[in-house]
Design a protein around this ligand. Structure first.
Ligand code: SF4
Length: 137
């Protein structure tokens, strides 16, 4: 796959990004079957909420690889870091949930189905404590 076609599944909220997931009441992110466009009106509407927009939604955009602070030299460091929790994530029986960016997703390309298993537990700027807390719900 050409590097410039790979997509980041945890980008920040800005024009040009797309909405990938919505945090549910239990803190787990529901990944949309197809991402939705993010426009100025969405950004304006959501920024007035008491909880930061990136803790309520997940966004996707082009992976900028070496231009990103999370790049670890060979891949995305975010998905590698959260892999330490993979054994604590409930097993998914059957097929993976639908995801419109899977064929181009940086995390999936690195970690295949394990990435999709842990993906709904990841929020942009989430802390490790948050991940552990979500396991209790
Ligand atoms: S890790 Fe899996 S579920 Fe998450 S965005 Fe990538 S392909 Fe979709």
């Amino acid at each position: 796959m050409k590097p410039d076609t790979i997509i980041c599944p945890s980008y920040n909220c800005k024009p040009g990004s797309q909405l990938l997931g919505i945090r549910q009441d239990n803190g787990i992110v529901a990944i949309l079957p197809q991402p939705l466009p993010v426009d100025e009106q969405f950004i304006e509407t959501t920024k007035h909420h008491e909880m930061p927009v990136q803790q309520r939604f997940r966004f996707t955009n082009k992976c900028i690889s070496t231009g990103c602070g999370q790049w670890n030299g060979t891949g995305c460091g975010v998905v590698e870091n959260v892999m330490q929790y993979i054994d604590q994530i409930p097993d998914i029986a059957g097929e993976l949930h639908p995801c419109g960016i899977r064929s181009q997703c940086r995390w999936y390309l690195q970690r295949k189905s394990d990435a999709c298993k842990i993906c709904p537990y990841v929020l942009y700027q989430v802390t490790e404590e948050d991940v552990l807390e979500m396991q209790k719900t």
